[in-house]
Design a protein around this ligand. Sequence first.
Ligand SMILES: *[C@@H]1O[C@H](CO)[C@@H](O)[C@H](O)[C@H]1NC(C)=O
Ligand SMILES: *[C@@H]1O[C@H](CO)[C@@H](O)[C@H](O)[C@H]1NC(C)=O
Length: 408
Amino acid sequence: MKISTIATVVATVVATVVATAATMRAAITPGSLVTISQAADSSNAAAWWSPLDEAGGYSWLAYLVNPSGGSVSNNNVMIARRDTSSGGILRGCVKSASGACDVFADNIGHNQPSIAIDGDGYVHVFTSMHHATWNYYRSQDPYSVAEIIDASSELPDQSLLYTYPIVKRDAAGDLWLIIRGYNDDLQFSSDGDVHIQWEWAKYPASAGRHESSYLRYRPSTGVFKTIDGVAVSVPVTQSTANLVFQPLATGEIYGDDSGLPPMMQSAKLALYENSAGTVLVQHAFRFQAEVGGTWQIRRSVSHRGNSVWTQETVFSADNTTAALGFTHDGTTARIHFCKKQGSAWVLERSASSTGWSSTELAAVKGQQVQRLQAILRSDGDDVLYLTAATNVNSTTGSVYFLTVGGRE
Ligand SMILES: *[C@@H]1O[C@H](CO)[C@@H](O)[C@H](O)[C@H]1NC(C)=O
Ligand SMILES: *[C@@H]1O[C@H](CO)[C@@H](O)[C@H](O)[C@H]1NC(C)=O
């Protein structure tokens, strides 16, 4: 297992598969809803996290539960391993060296877990860091949930304080971690490059974020490039040319802690490699244009893979929650999202469609799902982690798993 560090952000570990198939998908074909837990902690909700991975013939879902017999203001971190063929589920908690399930304080939107499985099958979990030193756990055995033990002391930069770990696996099986500030997403192209997406705020803790940005990193050379292929030295700033994919709107300012619109949030990154081998980079994100306005969904695309960004508003009809999933398969882009009144939907656009279609994921209708994550399988199916914070009672919610197929 290799741990890499990227510049001003500390970077480590894992990967999702970026499909490059030339086929199209159009029909939205959800599978059956799988209930992973109806004992989730009501604080099991975040926009930035990566609580879902697939590896070794299993889906891996990380979630919080109220500690058995403990305070509802605390949580244990559970890992559910679901066999992709049989559907059988095994569970384990992250543990201290003494073997007890570790207990953490609830802190919604900040202390949630991210998970990734490395190329050798080891399970890596980062959790409960809101301006805190490392809370990092690793399984003792490949593909095992039995002994996922505190390994925080093995990481570099022990004295720094961290927030928002996002961890993913590249095609070589190494894990990459982006952490701290407003990091959003990581993806990998088939040439081994790491694509990094983040947003900026006035203070480390401001809810209003702006000028979402993108860089491409080549591990073999250590060089960072902007979308137009220009090498830049880090740290970069908002004034680095062609870094920002969502420029400041009219009247948009860096405000105080609470944040005032115009502002953006919850960005996700999707890549598409065309037949010429060009990597087309796309961002989906939420944007609130005015006070009291809906949180819209927007997309910013580099159409020719080496040009400046083009923005479009994809959805503004209803209010959305701080949760987006973004995948791209063949010529089809999909944005999974939740409406504020509680339901999960998918926006889809393919080369053969004239605009975006919006389809409710009927399987979760009525479950009050408010957060989700989506990853793309190599067969073109999207795999969704869905969570409802309080649909059992005031302290307890649920975690669901759903595949959404439909490649043509
Ligand atoms: C949308 O939700 C935000 C809070 O997330 C709220 O400030 C805004 O007023 C809502 N807008 C509408 C039109 O419901
Ligand atoms: C909520 O449900 C959980 C799981 O069934 C239970 O342990 C807990 O006591 C319930 N809490 C309340 C406030 O009803």
